[in-house]
Design a protein around this ligand. Structure first.
Ligand SMILES: [Zn+2]
Length: 72
């Protein structure tokens, strides 16, 4: 493709509408955009991808700030 054709095609394309970030995930800093699923835990916004990757232990200790207690 010639340089002119590249410019012409770019000019003819409609402007790309980037989804607007509503929040940013507290764990991975990825944008949570309108329509994206997320969860708010104790005031922290967490995207669905991070939530799926968290173990129950990580969720309790790192997100909810609970402590692991030794019995006895
Ligand atoms: Zn995330």
């Amino acid at each position: 493709m010639t340089h002119f054709a590249v410019i012409e095609n770019a000019w003819l394309e409609p402007p790309q509408q980037l989804p607007e970030a509503v929040y940013n995930c507290e764990l991975c800093a990825e944008a949570v955009c309108a329509g994206d699923p997320y969860i708010e835990l104790d005031g922290l916004i967490i995207c669905a991808d991070c939530l799926d990757g968290l173990t129950a232990r990580e969720l309790a200790v790192e997100v909810l700030n609970n402590k692991i207690i030794t019995a006895g």
